[in-house]
Design a protein around this ligand. Sequence first.
Ligand SMILES: Cc1cc2nc3c(=O)[nH]c(=O)nc-3n(C[C@H](O)[C@H](O)[C@H](O)COP(=O)(O)O)c2cc1C
Length: 143
Amino acid sequence: MACIAGDKLTKDRIREKGFFSKLVTESILPLADYLGNKEGYSPDKMNISINTKKGEVLDVPTLTDSPLTFEPELAESICIGDGDVFLCKIRNVLAEQGLLDKEKGLEDRLRQIAPVKTTCSTYFSWSGKELGPWGEPRKDYIM
Ligand SMILES: Cc1cc2nc3c(=O)[nH]c(=O)nc-3n(C[C@H](O)[C@H](O)[C@H](O)COP(=O)(O)O)c2cc1C
């Protein structure tokens, strides 16, 4: 599920194409923080070095350096005021090689993915370590 407020490029693209890609992990946090804080309507947003590849199932750009990426496809949207709730079906999951090792326990694999959680405009690691406020990890991307 994605809840997107106001007008933004991400929302235009989801409406137009019906899909997107997603998951913030520690390895891509600086890039994700940049993409999440810089407005897509600004023409210079993508004037950065960024490695992407096409999804395996959907024609959607995904971040190459993420250990795990979802390819969600829009199933239904609910409009609430200026916000939209997009309910999606995950059509595919891209995972780096080491995550396919079924001998490895789920706990180890989650540690390898290192998903980032967020609350109170602050990022946290999977184990709960504070990783800084929104807008800080992107500092290498601000020109
Ligand atoms: C950690 C983080 C989480 C965010 N989550 C949401 C969200 O759930 N919904 C939303 O509307 N905007 C969210 N934002 C803000 C958007 O990322 C921001 O509006 C951004 O400009 C969207 O990109 P775009 O302008 O290219 O569409 C989030 C930003 C950050 C940094």
